[in-house]
Design a protein around this ligand. Structure first.
Ligand SMILES: Cc1cc2nc3c(=O)[nH]c(=O)nc-3n(C[C@H](O)[C@H](O)[C@H](O)COP(=O)(O)OP(=O)(O)OC[C@H]3O[C@@H](n4cnc5c(N)ncnc54)[C@H](O)[C@@H]3O)c2cc1C
Length: 378
């Protein structure tokens, strides 16, 4: 496939998760011949299929951060896209609840941040308002976000894949990228393997949205001598499903904890309730559900009963896990999305995405637009 005259692909995207597919769709729709290279045999098998599927409003993130800007823009674009493309979603609204005066103070800070971030529809609730909305929830104060919702993330990825293939793009599955070189003619040469076969492909623009694979791939990308790619750390989150009954109509979140948003209550599109994810720092990618001799279940029950005191014994059952790609270590302040373009690593036409944890699903369409702009920088 390698050519010395013209690239095999104008644009190549490494990673067929929601972010890689959104970037590829943006490029393909703009008329670029686009390839997506995905190591698994299906799209969206890693982070993107293990999330809470929440469309976040943009409450929590530091002002002017990429997370804040891309979440607010991405949420608006995602609702419009889902409606247009018949991807299932529901704007259920979310309650962030405080169970003590100290937590109520934290709610005030979240509300301030949300307003700065342009989330202009939130409102405070007292215990009676909360009881009227969700009778099972006990809290001293709440913040209600009407623009938070849920989405069928698989349906979204399928719609994005269709956007790619309907615009002369190609999604190549079961193919892992091993190395990338920058050639003297300014094309990228991408070495990939499919089982025991190795192939080289050239591309003019390269987007690297490899999620949990960025720790290995980042150091193998071309870069200026002064640039070091960010390291990657992993924080696994476990979910428990609620057996029997669907006593909630909205999403319910406690105030955030270090590394995550707290053991929250989310609903799927059928109304099934699940709780999680918790935060467990791990050394390598491993999606196993670690029960920890029942300790994890007890910790979940304890956290949930702070805002849902009547959670019945034995109602929770282990469900699934997801792993957050982090660019900060345990104990360090959370970092922003790290989306590096030519001004960072010195290579025109290359954009590499690190630490695309939550709200990456909400932000995917805005991330895609942002990446395409970055790639044009010199
Ligand atoms: C537990 C959890 C809950 C979350 N909840 C939410 C939520 O409610 N709302 C929200 O907005 N966000 C949420 N997120 C964040 C969101 O899910 C992610 O930001 C988003 O899915 C990341 O998509 P991605 O495409 O970057 O990664 P991925 O979906 O992991 O895609 C990367 C792809 O790259 C492929 N790949 C890796 N290396 C290579 C290689 N060398 N060659 C070829 N292919 C390669 C992988 O196989 C993978 O398919 C959550 C995340 C987690 C972990």
């Amino acid at each position: 496939m390698t050519s010395s005259l013209a690239p095999d692909a104008e644009t190549l995207v490494i990673g067929g998760g929601v972010v890689g597919l959104a970037i590829a769709a943006e490029c393909a729709i703009a008329g670029q011949e686009t390839y997506v290279i995905e190591r698994n045999n299906a799209i969206g098998q890693e982070i993107s299929s293990r999330s809470s599927e929440v469309i976040h409003a943009g409450l929590y993130y530091p002002a002017q951060s990429l997370k804040a800007r891309l979440c607010v823009e991405g949420r608006q674009r995602l609702y419009a896209y889902a409606k247009d493309r018949n991807v299932a979603f529901r704007k259920l609204g979310k309650l962030v609840v405080a169970t003590s005066p100290t937590e109520a103070e934290t709610l005030n800070k979240i509300a301030e941040k949300a307003k700065i971030n342009g989330v202009d529809d939130i409102r405070f609730m007292d215990a009676a308002d909360i009881h009227a909305l969700e009778p099972e929830i006990a809290a001293v104060k709440g913040l209600f976000s009407p623009s938070t919702g849920i989405i069928d993330s698989h349906g979204l990825m399928q719609a994005l894949e269709t956007d790619v293939t309907d615009h002369r793009g190609t999604v190549v599955l079961g193919t892992a990228v091993r190395h990338v070189r920058r050639r003297p003619d300014d094309l990228f040469e991408i070495e990939m393997s499919t089982g025991c076969e190795i192939a080289n492909v050239t591309a003019r623009n390269l987007y690297v949205a490899a999620g949990l694979g960025m720790g290995e791939l980042g150091p193998r990308l071309p870069r200026a001598a002064a640039y070091t790619p960010p390291p990657l750390y992993f924080a696994r989150g476990h979910y428990f499903a609620l057996r029997g009954g669907r006593p909630f109509k909205r999403l319910v979140y406690p105030v955030p904890v270090e590394g995550g948003l707290g053991t929250h209550l989310t609903l799927d599109l059928e109304g099934n309730v699940r709780f999680g994810p918790d935060v467990q720092w791990i050394d390598r990618v491993d999606h196993a559900f670690e029960e920890d001799n029942g300790l994890r279940l007890r910790q979940f029950e304890q956290s949930i009963r702070r805002y849902w005191p009547s959670l019945p014994d034995g109602a929770l059952t282990p469900d699934y896990t997801g792993i957050r790609p982090k660019t900060s270590r345990q104990g360090e302040p959370a970092r922003d999305f790290e989306i590096h373009g030519p001004k960072d690593h010195g290579i025109p036409g290359l954009v590499a995405l690190y630490g695309i944890e939550s709200p990456g699903l909400t932000s995917c369409l805005a991330i895609a637009k942002y990446c395409v702009t970055l790639a044009r920088e010199c």
